[in-house]
Ligand binder design. Structure first.
Ligand code: F0G
Length: 469
């Protein structure tokens, strides 16, 4: 008889864990033929954002708004109080944010970029610097539209896909201090701290780092605002990787971390396990007042800010589910599972594993394709053509052009993101994805790059079109 293959848990020398839920409803997905995929990809201009989702088999484009809600959240949808003003669900959400994050004043928004807009417009004066830990596309754009000058102050290790630093999201205080020494503390709008850092590979910020940032900021009278979009995942990494946090519940770690900041903006479409929604929350009553004044112009009244009552209810319930230790372990554990499969096959990926996605290193896949022939865009297209798996470019296309010179920005990281929706796919889906990536890697030297044939003015990666060289 054949020897039984070991489970992943056994291979790691421990007992296996399983997701703390079972499946009550399913959504059929369809595998397409190679011919169908070639046609679909050509029509989409080699941009996975432009593919109809009906043509996608396993959709790893994003973890944003793609979560499966729980039966409790769906039940909560029926409790939607669709009042224009003072909805019951707003107060439930407000008390949940106070309880879980500790922020006093909550202003809901339609999604994360709505919150970024309000925060940037109220907190940045024209010409001020906004030091951040690497950039995120929409965050940076809103900071710049408000007249701010974004400066990347993430530690150098974050730009090296092979560095094993456990907290590659950390900010380098020496880089912040350089701005303060040159231009004065008043030249800084606020420190823009994202946990985890999406573009660096979902890499976390340590508790030690946020504590040191707080100390530095207090000394110079600078504010700290968090991008809290994936802060629950960040808290899980602190539990896993940082000395002294192993036995603390993730909920406690999250609240401690948020406590070192002055406020946050949030895309609820990620950590909060909902399909739409966001918020901005602060402790200072005057800042809250400014945000409340602006929210009615762009989003909706300050007690709904673009969200339906039912959406606020689903979010309030989702927040409580997201901070359960067994949930978040399974969530990040699934990312780790896919990461380990690919790592075992020596496929070039960003190290160590991050919170929401596995990032393929497109420069290492295609060393023969120069960056202005878009290696990551090419790789995302190849993966779809092979197997109907949809991923996302995070490289030169996402980085956009330098507003001064009009030339492409060439980020060190040229990545393809395999982003894992929360509570949606199984281990078997991850196996299929891993095999597809392996196939594409083995065929890498036969692949040619792309040329851009259409380029929109803002956030070009969403709508740009390409042709094969
Ligand atoms: N901040 C971070 C770190 C994000 O990842 C996103 C969205 C936003 C802000 C903006 O939030 O989409 O609700 O307006 N990230 C998505 C992604 C789009 O696929 O990573 P939003």
């Amino acid at each position: 008889m054949k020897e039984r293959i070991k489970t992943m848990g056994q291979q790691a020398g421990r007992r296996s864990w399983a997701e703390p839920w079972k499946i009550k409803m399913v959504e059929p997905i369809r595998m397409t033929s190679k011919e169908e995929r070639i046609k679909a990809m050509e029509k989409a201009g080699y941009n996975t954002f432009l593919l109809p989702s009906a043509d996608v088999y396993i959709d790893l484009l994003t973890d944003s708004g793609t979560s499966a809600m729980s039966d409790r959240q769906w039940a909560g949808m029926m409790l939607g109080d669709e009042a224009y003003a003072g909805s019951v669900n707003f107060y439930h959400l407000e008390s949940t944010i106070r309880d879980v994050y500790g922020f006093q004043h909550l202003i809901p928004t339609h999604q994360g970029r709505g919150a970024e807009h309000l925060m940037s417009q109220t907190q940045i004066k024209k010409g001020q610097y906004v030091p951040g830990n690497m950039y995120f596309t929409t965050t940076k754009l809103h900071q710049e539209l408000a007249g701010g000058i974004f400066v990347d102050v993430i530690i150098d290790e974050a730009h090296d896909p092979n560095s094993e630093h456990p907290f590659k999201g950390n900010m380098d205080i020496a880089k912040i201090d350089k701005i303060v020494k040159e231009h004065g503390a008043d030249s800084i709008a606020y420190l823009s701290v994202a946990g985890t850092v999406n573009m660096a590979g979902g890499q976390p910020v340590s508790m030690q780092n946020i504590k040191e940032l707080r100390e530095y900021a207090d000394k110079h009278g600078i504010l700290i605002y968090l991008d809290a979009t994936r802060l629950v995942e960040n808290a899980y990494f602190i539990k896993e990787r940082e000395e002294g946090y192993k036995d603390k519940p993730v909920a406690e770690i999250l609240k401690e971390f948020a406590g070192y900041s002055d406020g946050a903006w949030m895309s609820g479409k990620k950590d909060h396990l909902v399909n739409i929604g966001g918020w901005v929350a602060v402790n200072d009553a005057d800042v809250a007042d400014k945000l409340r004044n602006l929210v009615v112009v762009y989003e909706g009244l300050h007690t709904y800010g673009g969200m339906a009552g039912r959406d606020m209810e689903a979010m309030a319930i989702g927040i409580k589910e997201s901070i359960q230790d067994d949930y978040i372990r399974a969530r990040v554990g699934q990312v780790q599972y896919l990461w380990e499969l690919l790592d075992n096959w020596n496929i070039p990926i960003v190290r160590p594993y991050g919170g929401h996605a596995v990032f393929l290193d497109a420069k290492a896949f295609y060393p023969h394709i120069p960056q202005d022939e878009f290696p990551a865009q090419t790789l995302a297209a190849e993966l779809y053509l092979d197997s109907g798996v949809r991923a996302m470019e995070r490289g030169v296309v996402s980085a956009g052009r330098d507003p001064k010179t009009g030339k492409h920005k060439y980020p060190k990281l040229e990545l393809v993101r395999l982003t894992i929706p929360r509570r949606v796919y199984t281990e078997a889906h991850m196996d299929v994805v891993a095999e597809a990536v392996k196939e594409v890697y083995e065929d890498a030297k036969n692949v040619k790059g792309l040329k851009m044939v259409y380029e929109p003015a803002y956030l070009r990666f969403f709508q740009a079109k390409f042709e094969r060289l």
